[in-house]
Design a binder for this molecule. Structure first.
Ligand code: HEC
Ligand code: HEC
Ligand code: HEC
Ligand code: HEC
Ligand code: HEC
Length: 179
């Protein structure tokens, strides 16, 4: 601060202004960072709550049918939603949006939450058949109002669990996941 002593009032005001300007930029950057990392889900076209459906005992498999037979879990169609929402919670604002997609016969552009690089092979059914619950990889989705990843599903994460399996040698083979 001593260096300021030799400056005129005008110069001091300019310095103060620059500092304040810098402060504003910092706050703006902070806000940007905060808002961009909080809600993956504000991006979702409809606020879909897993919790609301789990409370009504609708099973994961009922909507993510693919887990019972193949690699991809799958997201339910608008038609499937309407099977219930043509008569359930029809006054809800989000259900009104849903109904508009249905009337226009347009798919809902859900934003993907989990995605593996294309060089990784993953299969839901092998895991479900081996008794690995959805929660081991996706966390407690039943309590989520917004579906978000709870762990980073990197190679170490996959291998840690494979290492605990009886046939771990087979499951460690690079070609199991990189075909
Ligand atoms: C009523 C239908 C319905 C039920 C029941 C349901 N889901 Fe979903 N699920 C959805 C829809 C729609 C999305 C896409 C929107 C979103 O990401 O929130 C989704 C998304 C997800 C995602 C993120 C997908 C991605 O983009 O990577 C996971 C993981 C998931 N569900 C797991 C589960 C689990 C586990 C259960 C059971 C506890 C379950 N779901 C029950 C409809 C359902
Ligand atoms: C098997 C019936 C069923 C299906 C299929 C279904 N829902 Fe629901 N949904 C419900 C029930 C029951 C509720 C709770 C209603 C209540 O609490 O008043 C609900 C609530 C909701 C709500 C309001 C949630 C809240 O925050 O209170 C939204 C939005 C919603 N569903 C969207 C969807 C979408 C999108 C799909 C398709 C991906 C879907 N639902 C499929 C039965 C279903
Ligand atoms: C062993 C880990 C693991 C388990 C167990 C698991 N998932 Fe996943 N899930 C993943 C991975 C990895 C992805 C991303 C896959 C990709 O990008 O190809 C994913 C993606 C998804 C998606 C979005 C993409 C898609 O395949 O449609 C949904 C929905 C989903 N999982 C639901 C479920 C449900 C429901 C269960 C339980 C029945 C479950 N998962 C069990 C690892 C798992
Ligand atoms: C919580 C434990 C667990 C985690 C986490 C896990 N796996 Fe598995 N994985 C298993 C089990 C159990 C089997 C089945 C072993 C068997 O059938 O003998 C398996 C089998 C496999 C197979 C062989 C079956 C097939 O479909 O070809 C592949 C590939 C595979 N896992 C990929 C992955 C990938 C990729 C990840 C990470 C995204 C992952 N796994 C995470 C437990 C896990
Ligand atoms: C159980 C499944 C599984 C097995 C077995 C496996 N990997 Fe991977 N590997 C993955 C996943 C998942 C990723 C993607 C990681 C990510 O997204 O961060 C990956 C990524 C990689 C990458 C890219 C790394 C990077 O940082 O970009 C290389 C290289 C690789 N694996 C080599 C191998 C080799 C070599 C082996 C055998 C010794 C092997 N992997 C076995 C699941 C597996």
């Amino acid at each position: 601060m001593r260096r300021l002593a030799g400056l005129s009032l005008r110069q001091r005001l300019m310095l103060g202004g620059a500092a304040a300007g810098f402060g504003i930029v910092l706050v703006a950057i902070l806000l940007l960072v905060l808002t961009s990392t909080t809600d993956a889900a504000d991006e979702q076209p409809i606020k879909f709550s897993h919790q609301a459906h789990a409370k009504n005992d609708i099973s994961c498999q009922f909507c993510h049918v693919g887990v019972t037979h193949g690699p991809v879990a799958g997201i339910p169609s608008v038609e499937k939603c309407m099977g219930c929402h043509s008569h359930i919670a029809t006054a809800n604002e989000e259900i009104e949006k849903l109904t508009q997609y249905w009337e226009k016969q347009e798919p809902i552009p859900w934003v993907r939450v989990n995605r593996q690089p294309s060089y990784v092979y993953f299969n839901h059914y092998s895991h479900v058949a081996a008794g690995v619950g959805c929660g081991s990889c996706h966390g407690d989705v039943k309590t989520m109002t917004i579906a978000e990843p709870v762990v980073e599903m990197n190679m170490g994460f996959c291998l840690d669990c494979h290492a605990e399996q009886e046939n771990k040698d087979a499951l460690y083979d690079c070609a199991v996941c990189h075909r």
